[in-house]
Design a protein around this ligand. Structure first.
Ligand SMILES: *[C@@H]1O[C@H](CO)[C@@H](O)[C@H](O)[C@H]1NC(C)=O
Ligand SMILES: *[C@@H]1O[C@H](CO)[C@@H](O)[C@H](O)[C@H]1NC(C)=O
Ligand SMILES: *[C@@H]1O[C@H](CO)[C@@H](O)[C@H](O)[C@H]1NC(C)=O
Length: 315
C-alpha cells in the first residue's frame, strides 16, 4: 500500500510526464504516434474484426475457453461431469483421460490454428445443411472465404453452384461421418467416450478397412473440448435445452478461428419448410430433439443484427 504522500508523489510524476509528453508532441508531428496507436487497436487486417466496436457479445466471445482438446488444454473434472450426462456416459474420468492420451499418440497433440494477427484477415464461411441453400447461387461466395466449415453429411458434389466446392474443415461425429479428402480438417465433436474410441479405431492403420466411408488425414484432426460445449450451453443459451446443436457450436467455434464470419444454410427455407439441401425430409415439422432450436436461431439473428456475423438466409 502506498501512503498518501507516496500516492501524491506518483500522481505528480504522472502529471509531469504527461506535460513533458504534450510539449514533446507539439514540437513534432503526431502522425507516427497516432499510427502506432491505431496498429495496436486493430487486431486484424479486415475492415472490421469480429467484435470490434461491439459490446454486448464481446465479453462472452473473449471469455471463450480454447475450443480444441490438446495436451495443453485438458478437460477439467467439472466439465467432464457435465459432459458425461449428455449421452449417459458411465465410465469415469480416469478412462476418459487415458483415451485422450491415446488420441494424442496418433493425432496432433496441439491442433493447428492460425492465430489472429494485424497482418491478416481470416475469413470463415460456416455452411449448415438447410434447404434454404437450394437455388441460392451462394457457391462462389462461400468458396471465397479462407476457411469453409461444413458439417455432418453436407455434400458438395452436384451442389457446387449453391454450396460451393471448397471444404477446409468438416465437423462430424461418428453417426454423421462422411468421406473426407486429404486436405480437409476433421473437426470431431465427441458426445461420449465411445466416440473417441471410434475415432481411434478409424485411424489405427490395421483398422482402416473397418469404415471405408471415413478416411481422412490424421494430421488434420482436431477434437472439440467438452469444455467448449459446456461454455456454449451456459454462456450462450442460458442452459436452455439439454446441450447445444452441432450447427450452433460450429458458429461459435468459427469465432475462435476467424476475424470475419459468414453463416449459410441455417434455419427454414422461404416456405417455412425445414429440410436439407441434398434431400427432402418427410417430417417437415421443426424438431430439435435435445437442442434449444429457437433459442439458438434467435442468437444467430441477433449476432447478424449486431454485425458480428453476416447471415445469409437463402433466395
Ligand atoms: C484427468 O485429467 C484432468 C485434466 O488434466 C485432471 O484434472 C484430473 O485430475 C485427471 N483425473 C484422473 C482421475 O485421471
Ligand atoms: C496426405 O497428406 C499428408 C500430409 O499431411 C501426406 O503425408 C500424405 O502423403 C497425403 N496422402 C495422400 C494420399 O495424398
Ligand atoms: C413446403 O411445404 C409445403 C406444405 O407442406 C409444400 O406444399 C411445399 O411443396 C414444400 N416446399 C418444398 C420446397 O419442399
Amino acid at each position: 500500500m502506498l501512503s498518501t504522500v507516496g500516492k501524491t508523489r506518483v500522481l505528480l510524476t504522472i502529471l509531469c510526464l504527461t506535460a513533458t509528453g504534450l510539449f514533446y508532441k507539439s514540437k513534432w508531428s503526431l502522425q507516427p504516434l497516432f499510427s502506432l496507436w491505431l496498429q495496436e487497436l486493430h487486431v486484424c487486417n479486415c475492415q472490421q474484426c469480429l467484435t470490434e466496436g461491439e459490446h454486448e457479445f464481446k465479453t462472452v466471445i473473449d471469455e471463450s475457453p480454447k475450443p480444441f482438446l490438446s495436451t495443453q488444454n485438458p478437460t477439467s473434472e467439472d466439465d467432464f461431469n457435465w459432459w458425461k450426462k449428455l449421452q449417459r456416459e458411465q465410465r469415469p474420468l480416469s478412462f476418459f483421460n487415458e483415451t485422450v492420451k491415446k488420441l494424442f499418440t496418433i493425432f496432433p497433440p496441439i491442433p493447428e490454428v492460425e492465430a489472429q494477427s494485424p497482418d491478416r484477415c481470416r475469413t470463415c464461411a460456416v455452411v449448415g445443411n438447410s434447404g434454404n441453400l437450394r437455388r441460392s447461387h451462394y457457391g462462389p461466395l462461400i468458396d471465397d472465404h479462407n476457411i469453409v466449415i461444413r458439417m455432418n453429411y453436407g455434400p458438395t458434389k452436384g451442389f457446387e453452384s449453391d454450396v460451393g466446392a471448397k471444404t477446409t474443415h468438416h465437423v462430424m461425429y461418428p453417426e454423421s461421418a462422411t468421406y473426407l479428402d486429404n486436405n480437409t480438417h476433421l473437426v470431431f465433436f465427441p458426445f461420449k467416450i465411445n466416440d473417441l474410441l471410434w475415432l481411434l479405431n478409424n485411424f489405427t492403420p490395421q483398422d482402416n478397412v473397418q469404415n471405408p466411408k471415413m478416411r481422412g488425414n490424421k494430421d488434420l484432426v482436431m477434437i472439440l473440448n467438452p469444455t467448449f460445449m459446456k461454455y456454449t450451453h451456459e454462456m450462450w443459451l442460458g442452459k436452455k435445452g439439454r446441450y447445444p446443436s452441432t450447427g450452433f457450436m460450429t458458429v461459435l467455434l468459427s469465432f475462435q478461428l476467424c476475424d470475419e464470419v459468414s453463416v449459410f444454410g441455417f434455419g427454414a427455407d422461404t416456405d417455412g419448410n425445414w429440410s436439407h439441401y441434398f434431400e427432402m425430409l418427410r417430417n417437415k415439422k421443426l424438431r430439435t430433439g435435445p437442442h434449444a432450436g429457437m433459442q439458438e436461431y434467435e442468437v444467430i439473428q441477433k449476432l447478424h443484427q449486431k454485425q458480428i456475423i453476416r447471415f445469409f438466409k437463402g433466395p
